[in-house]
Design a protein around this ligand. Structure first.
Ligand SMILES: Nc1ncnc2c1ncn2[C@@H]1O[C@H](COP(=O)(O)OP(=O)(O)O)[C@@H](O)[C@H]1O
Ligand SMILES: [Mg+2]
Length: 286
């Protein structure tokens, strides 16, 4: 299936809420979330553990029905579909990437990809051809006949990205895709998801508490206590670290411009290069 035109969002959530349990034990895991993501856009949702990220992503992917609100995927309102209808839409329009890869250990890399293509009705030959082409495009030609146990973490995550792409979905949903990878491999995986979004016009919605992958996103949002808010990402001019404007540990204002720092080492290094007459007014972020 091709991606939807950028004029209409590929994914739209309106007033979405999820309540688990009842009465005094009820947990409002997601609360009044509005979100639209267009084709080719990479949106990263960050926030503390327990903030509602997985719950939100699972509702966006039709794996969990919201208590309130509407979810529209590739033009289809999920509320109007039966569970079977949602499953069919999910298979065609959504690819999932998980923290723990979720590969079938008894199958080889190519079989893990092909099985998803087969579920959507492809013949054995079509599924094999597609799986090999996807693995090849992700630099995994030589790992295609290996089982997950013989692959590194980064390779496993690339196989799971190939699997997510098996049916050419409009939307890729990723839940903590870098959590089991080291920093460099995590960054590679995110760069790959970005490339897929930009080159193939797919929508990527990723939830993660990993701050190191912020530069990959077009937009970074913050989900805490089930509530979503926009965050402004600023950069430390010394180390280049991406920081949340409202949470940056240190800042100083000079000539109407605010500079943000990750800590005192970067701030002092920055100030050491300034002449005394430029001395700024220092502020600790409150
Ligand atoms: N199936 C469930 N039943 C009851 N409570 C749940 C369930 N899933 C998640 N929760 C609760 O909802 C809140 C959000 O969880 P979750 O979406 O997993 O957060 P995150 O992915 O940001 O860590 C937490 O308080 C969690 O305990
Ligand atoms: Mg989670």
């Amino acid at each position: 299936m091709s991606s939807s035109p950028s004029s209409s969002p590929a994914l739209s959530l309106r007033g979405v809420a999820k309540v688990f349990g009842r009465g005094p034990n009820a947990v409002r895991a997601v609360d009044s979330v509005d979100l639209e993501v267009v084709s080719g856009e990479v949106v990263l949702i960050q926030g503390p553990s327990g903030g509602g990220k997985t719950t939100l992503l699972t509702m966006a992917g039709g794996l969990l029905r919201p208590t309130e609100g509407t979810v529209v995927v590739a033009g289809a309102n999920l509320a109007g579909l039966s569970d079977r209808g949602v499953s069919r839409l999910r298979l065609r329009s959504i690819g999932f990437v998980f923290q723990s890869f979720n590969l079938l250990s008894a199958l080889t890399a190519w079989e893990n990809v092909a099985v998803v293509k087969r579920l959507a009705g492809a013949t054995r030959r079509e599924a094999h051809t597609k799986a090999m082409a996807l693995l090849s495009s992700l630099g995994l030609d030589r790992r295609a006949t290996h089982k997950p146990a013989d692959l590194s973490g980064g390779e496993k995550q690339r196989v799971s990205i190939a699997r997510a792409l098996a049916n050419d979905p409009a939307i890729i949903l990723a839940d903590e895709p870098t959590a089991n990878l080291d920093s460099a491999r995590g960054h590679e995986v995110m760069a790959l998801l970005r490339r897929i979004a930009k080159e193939q016009g797919r929508t990527v919605l990723c939830v993660s508490h990993d701050h190191r992958i912020r530069d990959i996103a077009d937009r970074v949002l913050w989900l805490e206590d089930g509530r979503l808010r926009q965050i402004l990402v600023v950069r430390d001019p010394v180390c280049g670290m991406a920081l949340d404007e409202s949470l940056a540990p240190l800042r100083f204002v000079q000539g109407g411009q605010t500079h943000y720092f990750c800590g005192t080492v970067c701030r002092d290094s920055y100030l050491a290069e300034r002449r005394p007459r430029d001395a700024p007014s220092m502020q600790h972020a409150s």
